[in-house]
Design a protein around this ligand. Structure first.
Ligand code: ZN
Length: 227
């Protein structure tokens, strides 16, 4: 029987590589994108359409979670707050957390993806969580994934085999992610990473800086056109 994977995908490098790995492992791909009011949602969706075609995904599911936008609390969703520019990680002085942190985002995203996985009987949920992001965002780390998988066993109907969240990049930093992406022929050229959501990557937000530095340190030509 075909193995199915729900691939939580933002259209960025990490989640696109995770989806590529799922594809290489023989999973049928069901890409899952969440709009939670982030500035870049339109550009992300555009990237995902292209990535889905490239990876021959079976379906794409676009989900909206307006509550997270309504809630604000993040420079990604609150247009009155500024996205930090020109610093690799800019920590909020009082909270020691980047202003780009979205409250409980990955928990909320995974809860939605898990419900979807239950309905389509998916075996796995692939995410692009990685060591680089985990330095600023605790919901990207190995411990979060392990604990979430324990919860998931009791979160789906008892007749279901619970899907497993797989985070194949969880120990990797950006340069290794890029090298792995090239090695596995992931469509890195189709990905979109910028927090600002303009047509071209700004090149100076935290996410663009990670992207640029990743290509540089990997010693690989960066296909991205920056403003
Ligand atoms: Zn940017």
């Amino acid at each position: 029987m075909t193995k199915k994977a729900v691939c939580v995908c933002s259209g960025g490098i990490d989640s696109t590589l995770a989806a590529t790995i799922a594809s290489n492992e023989g999973y049928e791909l069901h890409l899952f994108h969440v709009s939670y009011g982030q500035r870049a949602e339109a550009s992300e969706k555009e990237a995902i359409e292209k990535i889905a075609a490239y990876l021959d995904a079976k379906t794409i599911k676009f989900v909206e979670i307006p509550f997270l936008k309504e809630l604000g609390g993040s420079s990604l969703t609150d247009l009155k707050r500024k996205v930090p520019i020109g610093e690799a990680v800019s920590l909020d002085k009082e909270r020691a957390t980047p202003s780009t942190w979205v409250p409980c985002r990955n928990l909320i995203l995974l809860a939605h993806a898990s419900a979807y996985a239950e309905v389509i009987s998916a075996d796995a949920i692939f995410v692009g969580f990685n060591a680089e992001e985990a330095m600023s965002y605790p919901d990207n780390g190995k411990e979060f994934v392990e604990l979430y998988n324990v919860v998931l066993e009791k979160a789906v109907a008892s007749y279901c085999q619970p899907p497993t969240v797989k985070a194949p990049l969880v120990d990797l930093f950006k340069p290794d992610i890029i090298k792995k992406g090239i090695e596995l022929k992931a469509p890195l050229h189709l990905t979109y990473s910028c927090y600002l959501g303009e047509e071209k990557h700004c090149g100076v937000c935290e996410s663009c800086l990670h992207r640029r530095r990743g290509f540089e340190e990997a010693g690989v030509d960066d296909p991205t056109v920056y403003l």
